[in-house]
Ligand binder design. Structure first.
Ligand code: O2Y
Ligand code: MN
Length: 596
C-alpha cells in the first residue's frame, strides 16, 4: 500500500502535514505482515542495531543508548487547554506553545530516515471496546515492537474510512542524519530535549527524542492510559492500569479479577501465576492495562487492549514467573538492554542460567562475581501474548470478560493487612485513592513515609486526578450496575526483624481463593474499622507454615498504625483542593471515627 492509496481526507491531510514538516527520505506504510516485520528486523541487524539470537527462534537482542532506558516522567506532559485540567499530579504545558515548539523541533527531524505509518488497533479490531490509532515514527525498533504490542493492520484504515475515531500519534527519535552521516545503533535526543506530550482535547500524542518503551510505543501508556482515561471519562467507561486474570475453582466455576498495582510490583507475575492450592487454575487475559465498559446486563466487561507483554526482564525466572519464561522461550521476542552470553543467549539478573562470562548491556565484558549488574534494571522483553501457555482462550473475546472483583495494592511492610474487602463502592474508591507504597530507605529520613499512587495511575491519568476520583464514584452510581467487589491486598508485609510474613508468588492464590469465595458468597469475613477481613479459618492456609503470631499480623487491624497514617492521607488529599470529591473527605472522617 502507498501513501496515495489513503483516501480519508482528515487522515491524508494530517499525514501530509507531518511528512512536509519532518522531510523524511522515505515513507512506508506498515501492514502488520510477517514479511515486513522480518524485513525490518533484517535491516536492523545489517545496521548493527539488532543481534539475531540463535535461541529463542526469531528473536532479537538490542541495546539502547545509556541515556534512554526508561519512561521519563519528568519529560511527560499533559497539554490540556487549562492547566487545572491536568491537575496537581501531571506536568503541564500550554498546547499552543507546545505545538509551536514542536514546529521547530520536528522541522527536518526525519531527514535521512524513513517515516513509518503504523495503523493499529488497541483491542481486538471488531470489539466494541477497541479503539484505533495511527502512529507516525522514524524508528524501525518502534515499528517492530508495535507489531508485537498492538494489532497492526491495514483493516484499521477501513475502520477510519467508515468514520471510526483515531488517536493521532507522532513519534521521532529526534536525530536527523546530515548527508553522508553514519547512523548510531540507538539514535535519540539528549534528556532535556525529550518530550512525551498528550493533547487530551484533540486526542493527540506527540513524542520527541526517546526511542524507549512507554515513551515511544505510543499505543501503551500514552494512548491506552493517558488519552484513553480522558475518553473513558467523557464516554462513561474505565481505562485502568490493571492486569486481568481468570480464576477457575475445582468445580469449574470461573471469575475474572482486575488488579491495579504500581509499576514494578509484580503485575506480570500475578497475571500468569501458578496457584499452589490444588484444583485451582489461573489464566491470563492481560498483564498491564484493562479497558472496561458496562454491558446491557449491568456487568463491567473488560478487554486487554494490548497484544503482547513488555515485561521487566531482571527478576523474571522459572521460580518467579515460569509462564513468562515459557512465553519468551517460544521466540518471536525482542530483548532490550539485557546481557548476552558468549554463545549468543540472553541473560539478566535472577535468570535461571548461570553463566561465568557475559557481555553486559553496556557492551563491557562481565564475569560472575564482578559486583556489577549485567542487565539494566529496566531491561525488557517484548513478546506476543498469544504465546503465553496460560493465556485464556477467551482473551480476545470482542465483548470482553465480566469482572467480579478489583484488587488494589502496593508495597507495605507495615500496618496494611494481607487482604481487606471494601465495605461498599465508595469505601473501595477511597482505598484506590489512598493506594501507596512505603518509600525505600534509599532516601534518608523518609522511612515510614508513603508514596501515594492512586489506582496505580499517578503517572498515567491524562486529566485532573480529583476528577478521576469523581469518575470512579460516578461509575458506582451507574443505573442497574452489578459492581465488582473491591479489595486491598498486600503481599509485602514484614515483621520487626525485616522477614517477609507472607511467602507470595503461587501462595497468593490462597488470597485469590478467599476473594473468589466472597464473590460466590461462601467465605466468611469479620467486619472491622478498616474493612472486611477474613474470618477465622476462612482463608485457606492448609499446608502452609505461617506461625500464629504472623497470621495475627497479616490478618489483624493495627489500630495505632492506621491512626498514624491518617495525617499522611489528609496531606495527600489536600493536594487536590476543591477537585477532591466530598465523598472521599467523608470516607476519611468515617475511617477516623471507626478507628476511635
Ligand atoms: O520504562 C518503560 O518504558 C516501560 S514502563 C512499563 C512497561 C510495561 C508495563 N508497565 C510499565 C509501567 O511503568 O507501569
Ligand atoms: Mn504498567
Amino acid at each position: 500500500m502507498q501513501l496515495s492509496d489513503i483516501k480519508n481526507p482528515t487522515l491524508k491531510a494530517w499525514l501530509q502535514t507531518w511528512i512536509d514538516l519532518c522531510t523524511p527520505d522515505n515513507v512506508m506504510i506498515c501492514d502488520g505482515s510477517q514479511a515486513q516485520y522480518d524485513d525490518l528486523a533484517n535491516q536492523m541487524v545489517k545496521a548493527g542495531s539488532f543481534i539475531k539470537l540463535d535461541e529463542p527462534v526469531n528473536s532479537y537482542f538490542v541495546r539502547s543508548d545509556p541515556g534512554d532506558v526508561a519512561r521519563v516522567e519528568g519529560r511527560t506532559y499533559i497539554c490540556s487547554r487549562k492547566k487545572e485540567d491536568a491537575g496537581p499530579t501531571n506536568n503541564w504545558k500550554d498546547p499552543v506553545e507546545m505545538k509551536a515548539e514542536f514546529n521547530q523541533l520536528f522541522k527536518g527531524a526525519m531527514k535521512g530516515r524513513t517515516l513509518y505509518i503504523i495503523p493499529f488497533s488497541m483491542g481486538p479490531i471488531e470489539s466494541p471496546i477497541a479503539k484505533y490509532g495511527i502512529e507516525i515514527t522514524d524508528s524501525a525498533y518502534v515499528v517492530i515492537n508495535m507489531c508485537i504490542m498492538t494489532r497492526v493492520g491495514l483493516e484499521v484504515f477501513n475502520k477510519i474510512d467508515k468514520g471510526a475515531e483515531f488517536v493521532k500519534c507522532v513519534h521521532s527519535v529526534g536525530a536527523p542524519l546530515a548527508d553522508g552521516q553514519a547512523d548510531v545503533p540507538w539514535p535519540c535526543a539528549p534528556m532535556d530535549n525529550k518530550y512525551i506530550t498528550h493533547f487530551p482535547e484533540t486526542r493527540e500524542i506527540i513524542s520527541f527524542g526517546s526511542g524507549y518503551g512507554g515513551n515511544a510505543l505510543l499505543g501503551k501508556k500514552c494512548f491506552a492510559l493517558r488519552i484513553a482515561s480522558v475518553q473513558a471519562r467523557d464516554e462513561g467507561w474505565l481505562a485502568e492500569h490493571m492486569l486481568i486474570l481468570k480464576l477457575t475453582n475445582p468445580a469449574g466455576v470461573v471469575r475474572y479479577i482486575a488488579a491495579a498495582f504500581p509499576s514494578a510490583c509484580g503485575k506480570t507475575n500475578l497475571a500468569m501465576m501458578e496457584p499452589t492450592i490444588p484444583g485451582w487454575k489461573v489464566e491470563t487475559i492481560g498483564d498491564d492495562i484493562a479497558w472496561m465498559k458496562f454491558g446491557e446486563d449491568g456487568q463491567l466487561y473488560a478487554i486487554n487492549p494490548e497484544n503482547g507483554f513488555f515485561g521487566v526482564a531482571p527478576g523474571t525466572s522459572m521460580h518467579s514467573n515460569p509462564n513468562a519464561m515459557r512465553t519468551v522461550n517460544r521466540g518471536n521476542s525482542i530483548f532490550t538492554n539485557a546481557a548476552i552470553t558468549i554463545d549468543g543467549k540472553v541473560w539478566w539478573e535472577d535468570h535461571d542460567a548461570n553463566p561465568e562470562f557475559l557481555i553486559d548491556w553496556l557492551r563491557r565484558p562481565w564475569s560472575k562475581g564482578c559486583g556489577r549488574k549485567a542487565a539494566h534494571p529496566n531491561a525488557r522483553f517484548t513478546t506476543p501474548a498469544a504465546q503465553c501457555p496460560v493465556i485464556a482462550p477467551e482473551w480476545e473475546d470482542p465483548k470482553g470478560v465480566p469482572i467480579s472483583a478489583f484488587l488494589f495494592g502496593g508495597r507495605r511492610k507495615t500496618v496494611v493487612p494481607l487482604v481487606n474487602e471494601a465495605l461498599d463502592w465508595e469505601h473501595g474508591v477511597f482505598m484506590g485513592a489512598t493506594m501507596a507504597s512505603e518509600m525505600t530507605a534509599a532516601a534518608v529520613g523518609v522511612l515510614g513515609q508513603l508514596r501515594f499512587d492512586p489506582f496505580a495511575m499517578l503517572p498515567f491519568c491524562g486529566y485532573n486526578m480529583g476528577d478521576y476520583f469523581k469518575h470512579w464514584l460516578k461509575i458506582g452510581a451507574y443505573k442497574g450496575a452489578k459492581l465488582p467487589k473491591i479489595y486491598y491486598v498486600n503481599w509485602f508485609r514484614k515483621n520487626d526483624d525485616g522477614k517477609w510474613l507472607w511467602p507470595g508468588y503461587g501462595e497468593n492464590s490462597r488470597v485469590l481463593k478467599w476473594i473468589f469465595e466472597r464473590c460466590e458468597g461462601t467465605a466468611a469475613c469479620k467486619q472491622t474499622a478498616i474493612g472486611n477481613l477474613p474470618a477465622e479459618g476462612s482463608l485457606d492456609l492448609k499446608g502452609l507454615k505461617v506461625p500464629a503470631e504472623d497470621q495475627a499480623l497479616l490478618l489483624g487491624v493495627d489500630t495505632e498504625g492506621w491512626k498514624a497514617l491518617l495525617p499522611q492521607i489528609e496531606d495527600h488529599f489536600a493536594k487536590f483542593g476543591d477537585r477532591l470529591p466530598a465523598e472521599l473527605h467523608k470516607q476519611l472522617e468515617a475511617l477516623k471515627k471507626r478507628l476511635g
